[in-house]
Design a protein around this ligand. Structure first.
Ligand SMILES: [Cu+2]
Length: 137
């Protein structure tokens, strides 16, 4: 019984994987030394367009793993479009030296990355129940 439920949690199709890819327009405000929002969540296969808006000096945005870069001049908006065809968590970072804390200007792109997390939580809860059940028996 417990084993069946564990298999169900591991192999059940996740809703966000089944959903059809969509076009996403995501605006990212860049100021020294942070991005707002700092975390972006998309689904695998989504057509993502990032709008990088710089509010003070020249800022860039480079996405690790995707090897994509865009820069925005002060007061300007730059666009970067790509298909989120790599699943996982990727850091993005400022690619233009913009000041003292430039190395800390980072954010995160999650491409369907929370799925594994929820499965892990499901298994942990199940394991806890199984433990309680075994003790009571
Ligand atoms: Cu910067």
């Amino acid at each position: 019984m417990i084993g069946m439920m564990a298999l169900l949690i591991i192999f059940a199709p996740a809703p966000n994987v089944l959903s059809a890819p969509v076009d996403r327009l995501i605006r990212i405000d860049a100021r020294s030394f942070e991005y707002t929002p700092g975390t972006i969540d998309v689904n695998p296969g989504d057509h993502v367009t990032l709008e990088l808006v710089s509010h003070d000096v020249v800022h860039g945005l480079y996405i690790d793993g995707y090897d994509l870069n865009v820069t925005a001049d002060p007061g300007q908006t730059s666009r970067l479009s790509f298909v989120a065809d790599r699943v996982g968590s990727f850091r993005f970072r400022c690619s233009t030296t913009c000041g003292a804390l430039h190395p800390f200007m980072i954010g995160k792109l999650n491409v369907g990355a929370n799925d594994g997390l929820w499965r892990a939580i499901g298994l942990a809860v199940l394991a806890a129940f199984a433990g309680v059940w075994a003790v009571k028996k």
